[in-house]
Design a protein around this ligand. Structure first.
Ligand code: SAH
Ligand code: SF4
Length: 359
C-alpha cells in the first residue's frame, strides 16, 4: 500500500535516475547534477529558483516533478531541547519527526551531534502492545521523498545541521524496505545530503528475513533491534512479530548482520513494569548481548495514554541495570529526553488526531 502522488517527487530520485529521466527529455547529463546541487547543496524550494537552468527546462521540470509535500503543522520544544515536528503529507496523513540535540547514550558522552528520529510509515502494522504508533493500525508506506523531506525540513526548521539519523519514528522501516533504502542512498550520496552510512541507524522490531537483506546491502548502515524481551515467552506477550520470527530466528539473522558487516549492533530494551524488568530477564539479555558482542540500550517505558503499561520505579530500573552489568554486557540506560513534549513514538500524532485533526 503506497500513496502515488500526481508527479514524481523530485526528492525521491537518485542522480542516475534523474539523469535517465532528463535524457528522455533530451537534456545533457550535467543538468541532473545541477538540479541535485540546487536541491541538496543550496536547498532550493522550487524549480523556479534554479537560475542556471534554461527557463524552458525549469518549466518542463515543474510539469514532470513534484516538490517536497511536507507541511509543518506543529512544532513542540525549543532550541537545545528535543524538538518535535508534526508534518501533514500531500494526502493529509500526519507524521512526526523528532530532533534530539545530543544523544550521549547512543553516541558517547560529550557528543554534541544532533540526531533526527525519522518516520518510515504512516502508522504501523506490527501492533506491539506498548506502542502508540501501531494503535490506529497501518495506513501506508512513506515514499523516499517523504523520508528525505523530513531531514531537509528538520534542518531548515531547526536551523542547525543534523549529523545522525535513526529510523525510530513511526513505522517499521524494514517493512518499507525499498523506499527506506532509496532514501538512505540519497541521504548518503555525495551529490545528495552526504551523510555517512555509519551515521544512519535502522531500528526493527525483528523482521529476520529483512535483517538478512540489510546485511547484504553494501552500505555500513547501523542496526538496532527492538528486543524488549529476552525470552520468547516475554516477546510473544508484547510483540506479535515474535510469533512469526521467534528469538532463535531473529538472533541468527543478527549473527549474520554482525558477521557480514563486521559491526556491533544495538539491542533496544524498553523497561516495562512487571513485564520484562525481572532480574532473570536482565541476566538472559546480558547473555544474548555478550554472545553477539552487542550494545544494550535500555529505555524506561514512556507511558502512552490509553495503554495500561507502566515504567518501573527508579529502584527497579537500577536493580535491572545492576544485574545486567554483572553479566559483563555493555549496557546503558537512556533517561528519555522529550517525554514532556510527548516526543516518544507516535504520541503527538495520536494527540492531534484525538483533537480532531486527520490521522
Ligand atoms: N518499528 C521499529 C522502529 C520504530 S519504534 C522498531 O520497533 O524498532 C522505535 C523504538 O521506540 C522501538 O524500540 C520501540 O519499541 C520504542 N518504543 C515504542 N513505544 C515506546 C514507548 N511508549 N516508550 C519507549 N519506547 C517506545
Ligand atoms: Fe511498529 Fe515499532 Fe511500534 Fe512495534 S514498536 S508497533 S514495530 S513502530
Amino acid at each position: 500500500m503506497s500513496f502515488v502522488p500526481d508527479k514524481t517527487p523530485i526528492h525521491s530520485l537518485t542522480l542516475p535516475q534523474l539523469q535517465e529521466k532528463l535524457s528522455a527529455l533530451g537534456q545533457p547529463a550535467y543538468r541532473a547534477k545541477q538540479v541535485m546541487e540546487w536541491l541538496y547543496g543550496k536547498r532550493a524550494g522550487a524549480f523556479a529558483a534554479m537560475s542556471n537552468l534554461p527557463a524552458a527546462l525549469r518549466e518542463a521540470l515543474d510539469g514532470a516533478f513534484g516538490f517536497d509535500s511536507l507541511e509543518p503543522v506543529r512544532t513542540l520544544g525549543a532550541r537545545d531541547t528535543t524538538r518535535k515536528f508534526l508534518f501533514r503529507l500531500a494526502d493529509g496523513a500526519l507524521i512526526e519527526t523528532v530532533l534530539i540535540p545530543a544523544s550521549p547514550a547512543l553516541y558517547g558522552e560529550g557528543s554534541d551531534r544532533r540526531t533526527l528520529c525519522i518516520s518510515s510509515q504512516v502508522g504501523c502494522a506490527y501492533g506491539c502492545r506498548f506502542c502508540a504508533s501501531g494503535l490506529n493500525g497501518f495506513a501506508r508506506n512513506l515514499h523516499a521523498g517523504e523520508i528525505v523531506g523530513q531531514f531537509l525540513r528538520a534542518e531548515t526548521l531547526g536551523g542547525e545541521r543534523i549529523q545522525n539519523i535513526v529510523f525510530m519514528g513511526m513505522g517499521e522501516p524494514l517493512a518499507n524496505f525499498d523506499n527506506v533504502m532509496q532514501a538512505i542512498a540519497i541521504l548518503n550520496a555525495p551529490w545528495g545530503v552526504g551523510l555517512g552510512a555509519r551515521h544512519m541507524t535502522v531500528s526493527t522490531s525483528g523482521l529476520a528475513p529483512r535483517i538478512r537483506d540489510l546485511a547484504a546491502q553494501p552500505l555500513q548502515i547501523r542496526l538496532a533491534v527492538s528486543l524488549h524481551g529476552a525470552t520468547d515467552a516475554v516477546r510473544d506477550r508484547i510483540m506479535p512479530v515474535n510469533r512469526k520470527y521467534p528469538l532463535a530466528e531473529l538472533l541468527s539473522a543478527c549473527d549474520e548482520y554482525v558477521a557480514r558487516k563486521n559491526q556491533r549492533i544495538t539491542f533496544e530494551f524498553i523497561l516495562i513494569e512487571e513485564i520484562n524488568d525481572s532480574l532473570e530477564q536482565a541476566a538472559e539479555l546480558g547473555r544474548i548481548a555478550r554472545r553477539l558482542d552487542a550494545k544494550i540500550n535500555c529505555i524506561p517505558y514512556n507511558p502512552v495514554e490509553g495503554l495500561a503499561w507502566k515504567r518501573p520505579s527508579l529502584r527497579r530500573q537500577d536493580a535491572f541495570m545492576a544485574a545486567l552489568e554483572r553479566t559483563g554486557a555493555d549496557a546503558t540506560i537512556r533517561r528519555e529526553k522529550g517525554v514532556d513534549i510527548e516526543a516518544a513514538c507516535g504520541q503527538l500524532r495520536l494527540q492531534v488526531s484525538r483533537e480532531g485533526g486527520a490521522a
